[in-house]
Ligand binder design. Sequence first.
Ligand SMILES: Cc1cc2nc3c(=O)[nH]c(=O)nc-3n(C[C@H](O)[C@H](O)[C@H](O)COP(=O)(O)OP(=O)(O)OC[C@H]3O[C@@H](n4cnc5c(N)ncnc54)[C@H](O)[C@@H]3O)c2cc1C
Length: 395
Amino acid sequence: MEKRELVIIGAGPAGLTAAIYGKRSGLDVLILENGITGGQINLTDEIENWTGVIHASGAELADSFRRHAEHFKPEFRDVEVKSIALRDGRKIIGTGSGDIEAEAIIVATGARFKKLGAPGEAEFTGRGVSYCAVCDGAFFEDQEVAVIGGGNTAVEEAVYVTQFASKVTIVHRRDSFRAERVAIERAMSNPKIEVVWNSVVEEIAGEEMVEKVVLKNVRTGDITDLPVSGVFVFAGMDPNASFLNGMVKSVGGGWIVTNERMETSVEGIFAAGDVRDKYLRQVITAAGDGATAAMAAAAYISEQLHIQSVLLEPEQVTAFIFSSIEEPQARLAAEIEKIPASGASKVISLDGYKNRRMVEKLGIGDLPALVEFKKGRISRSEVVSDLDSARKFLS
Ligand SMILES: Cc1cc2nc3c(=O)[nH]c(=O)nc-3n(C[C@H](O)[C@H](O)[C@H](O)COP(=O)(O)OP(=O)(O)OC[C@H]3O[C@@H](n4cnc5c(N)ncnc54)[C@H](O)[C@@H]3O)c2cc1C
């Protein structure tokens, strides 16, 4: 079976940034992508909130990300990931064209906006139809727009868009919002916001750009035209995470839960970008996640190799495992290193703070501890907090 160090699934801003950081950390990096390199931003005409670039089309930005990643020569492969499985502790990625074993995996598969499915919606996406107010709100300065939806996002984003638009009409299929009360009050007290209740979008129409939405009242069946230049659809988002089949912890329909190092609930599997459970889904946050995930993955891989070569392969070894953020422990580590080796046992110091997973994996509860390994197994361990008890353990 093919064996790789770091496999990144998804070549959007998160995956491409992870590839740059992964390659610069000296890793063998394989990126698996089944769509257009660059991800979702390929769908938008204008991006104005990527720091350092005042204005670019999504395709231009995606192209510059791809070229930047290519500069460091990761391997790109055009393939869809269908599954990830754990077999005897090994991480196996299932694709349409064979399995790949990875030391570490970064899931950067992004998310997709739920569509209304109305005629004209696909045709006018990027030409008046938007799924992101932060991204596109500013393009509708002094224009009238519609916001479709009735949840928190729709109601909050409608208020956000009033900074730019002259009028915002919220179209909701029910007769009350599902949003939080504070959000509803803020929207209803905004003079720029009107609401059309009990209505759904029948069509989005125009020539080059959106000119109107055709609405149908679900109670009366009446059809009306609402003239607008923009339509913001907030019918929700779905993460691209079904191939994980629930193997990592997720919330609310599959958003992957990570810690600040982008570690998922499964060791060696990281997640970055829109697929994560997070506050702001944007290019800049996806790129930041990708960088963090790659650095954490690099640390994880070197930790695995380190554990293997330093602790598990030697006939006998003793490790002083300490927390580097505790000053007395760090000082004790330096002193213990000076104790002359006795018998067959050699003492090495390991930072248990940086290698938290290793400490958990070895089942070591409290630090600092001296741990003796024989043929890869713990034969003795003891919490030691001073030089005398360390000497006693080592004698
Ligand atoms: C219309 C639109 C306009 C936007 N405008 C802006 C904006 O102005 N500013 C801004 O900051 N953000 C904007 N965004 C949001 C931004 O695009 C996302 O936040 C960002 O792309 C997330 O990056 P990502 O790498 O996490 O995921 P994505 O960009 O979604 O990339 C994920 C990649 O993974 C691939 N993939 C998914 N599943 C699989 C699989 N099973 N196997 C292999 N590959 C897979 C996908 O094909 C995709 O290329 C916009 C989004 C849209 C849709």
